[in-house]
Ligand binder design. Structure first.
Ligand SMILES: *Cc1c(COP(=O)(O)O)cnc(C)c1O
Length: 392
């Protein structure tokens, strides 16, 4: 890894182009090799028994994993980074690295659905109790602390309903009792939000989304603060975590263009939403990048940009039939889960059982959109014709 210690600190876009690369270590090739490996050979027994070489066994790291972990470490400003098989796997590993039997964890009510499922199924089984909390709680999080609270999980904006959280206020209270602070930062990515600078200890990315960016691989990353790194590293090592080098390489390739893609996702999203907000039958846009959004002030304070994921609610009188007819009429927005690729997507928002601490703030038909890299005029025209088909 080329060292930046003695040089002035690089800006984020420069890091994206240079971090995690050391061409001269690999015959000058710009990108690191994709190392397919298990066994690593030693030149002699003494080197083997003293462990005096960089790599010992591919599960414990190889030049491909080092490259992505090293790059993410620089971009997140972390003490260390671990790569996981998926975003959900990264969430599970991060949580399990900082709780043990008898502990209590606080999880935001608007967390990604499968995070809730993990908390509802795996955590009770290992003796960890869970309380879900209102995303608007802020510093009042302290009223929910128990003697055994050791972790606080945040996500902003929330999945499907896009509520913002005051992460710095929550992190400050959690740190005061020595709890580990986690944040699912998939929506903004470390380009538009830097969790570790807000007091978060474990910054989680579903790398499947914007990091990979092309809908062709699944990855997760966990970036750790100094106080959380040792435990995360040891836990992932003990669990035998290893991600295939081809997928890591796709993450590394995506990383190089992350910032330019996000800029375009943001620009297209603002263009599409600027049109959509004035259409009949549309009641509310859910996107903290818009001034009309209740989370806009927090977003403006803590984030430097907004991505391509948003939602909108239809008017109260809209039927499920009309909402589904709208979705079915779309031609440029694929009907599919996940997001973060170059292409636009749509799903009906279904919150059934998805909120337990707060009233569900959604009483009508709602659609989540991922705004891709297509020309926004075409994306608007597609929404327009689909609305016409659904509402006549
Ligand atoms: C998609 C997603 C995840 C999970 O990522 P996978 O790679 O699909 O496991 C986690 N958090 C958020 C906010 C997501 O949108």
């Amino acid at each position: 890894m080329s060292s930046t210690n003695s040089k002035p600190p690089l800006r984020q876009d420069t890091k994206l182009a240079h971090a995690g690369r050391d061409p001269l270590a690999f015959h000058g090739f710009v990108n690191p090799p994709v190392v397919h490996a298990s066994t690593v050979l030693y030149p002699d027994t003494k080197t083997m028994v003293t462990g005096a070489q960089t790599y010992s066994y591919a599960r414990r790291g190889n030049p491909t994993t080092d490259s992505l972990e090293g790059a993410m470490k620089e971009i997140e400003g972390a003490a260390g980074v671990k790569i996981a098989n998926s975003g959900l796997n990264a969430i599970a590993l991060a949580i399990l690295s900082c709780v043990k039997s008898g502990d209590h964890i606080l999880i935001v009510d608007t967390a990604y659905g499968p995070t809730r499922h993990f908390a509802d199924t795996v955590l009770p089984g290992i003796g960890v109790s869970v309380t879900f909390y209102d995303p608007k709680i802020g510093a009042d999080i302290k009223t929910l602390f128990q003697e055994n609270t050791t972790a606080v999980f945040t996500e902003a904006p929330g999945s499907l309903t896009f509520e913002m959280q005051d992460v710095p206020a929550i992190a400050a209270e959690a740190r005061a009792i020595g709890a580990t602070v986690l944040m699912d930062n998939t929506w903004a990515s470390p380009i538009y939000c830097q969790p570790l600078s807000m007091g978060v200890d474990l910054s989680i990315q579903a790398g499947t989304k914007y990091l990979v960016g092309h809908s062709d691989a699944m990855l997760g990353t966990v970036a750790a603060s100094e106080r959380a790194w040792e435990k995360l590293d040891a836990f992932c090592g003990a669990m035998g975590c290893h991600v295939a080098p081809d997928d890591i390489y796709l993450g590394l390739r995506g990383l190089r263009t992350l910032s330019v893609r996000l800029e375009r996702h943001q620009r297209n999203t603002l263009a599409v939403l600027g049109w959509l907000k004035d259409q009949p039958n549309i009641d509310r846009i859910r996107y903290p990048g818009l001034e009309s959004d209740p989370g806009h002030a927090l977003w403006k304070r803590d984030f430097s940009g907004a991505s391509g994921l948003c939602a909108f609610d239809f008017s109260e009188s809209t039927t499920q039939e009309q909402a589904y007819a709208f979705l079915d009429a779309l031609t440029l927005y694929g009907l599919g889960y996940s997001w973060g690729g170059f292409e636009s997507l749509a799903i009906p928002v279904r919150l059934k059982g998805g909120r337990t601490a707060t009233p569900v703030n959604l009483d009508r038909q709602s659609v989540r959109l991922h705004i891709g890299l297509e020309d926004p005029e075409d994306l608007i025209a597609d929404l327009d014709q689909a609305l016409t088909k659904a509402f006549g």
